[in-house]
Design a binder for this molecule. Structure first.
Ligand SMILES: [Zn+2]
Length: 181
């Protein structure tokens, strides 16, 4: 299975608002294939040549519902400042704790399923702990992330409940929130 922009559904599609369902573990073959295809979309989308060749849009994450399949599967590939990447291909992710401290991206957020720009800060927890099964490491994991990767994970996990980033845009940020460049 290979995904491209032709598979992506937009926020005008009511499916984007539905709740996704847990998948059975161990993963069935079809769920593994879908999850790997989601991961490959994001990974390849960060390479300019592959992006053009495969008809992808640059992304750091994608959830299964964005290709119209309401399953709790998502992939993130977040490039870090030190040149490494935070990569996960998760099934049934669940946020088990969140910091009170909030953070937001200075440039706002974007989404493969939201073609129109929506400017404005999206405050989210600066630190989160997520429990999931990770296909890349083939094990149950507890992920703890802070800052940018934590925000990306929350954006993708929101998709599993039909929430879009612009639902969370606020008019004003407060001084105690961390701005991430
Ligand atoms: Zn999104």
């Amino acid at each position: 299975m290979e995904l491209s922009n032709e598979n992506i559904i937009f926020d005008t599609d009511p499916r984007m608002r539905q709740n996704s369902s847990n998948v059975e573990l161990p993963l069935k073959e079809e769920d593994k294939e879908l999850l790997m295809a989601l991961y490959q979309y994001v990974k390849d989308s960060q390479d300019d040549e592959l992006c053009a060749k495969r008809n992808l849009s640059p992304a750091v994450g994608i959830a299964s519902i964005q290709v119209g399949i309401p399953k709790k599967l998502l992939a993130v590939v977040v490039p870090m400042e030190d040149g490494t990447t935070k990569e996960f291909a998760l099934a049934n992710p669940k946020i088990v704790s969140k910091s009170m401290q909030k953070a937001y991206l200075a440039g706002g957020e974007g989404c493969l399923s939201v073609p129109d720009p929506h400017a404005g800060p999206v405050p989210r927890a600066n630190h989160i702990k997520v429990r999931a099964y990770d296909l890349l490491s083939d094990q149950n994991v507890v992920i703890e992330e802070t800052g940018y990767p934590a925000i990306v994970l929350q954006h993708e996990i929101d998709h599993l409940s039909g929430i879009l980033f612009y639902d969370r845009i606020v008019d004003h940020v407060t001084e105690d929130m961390i701005e991430i460049e």
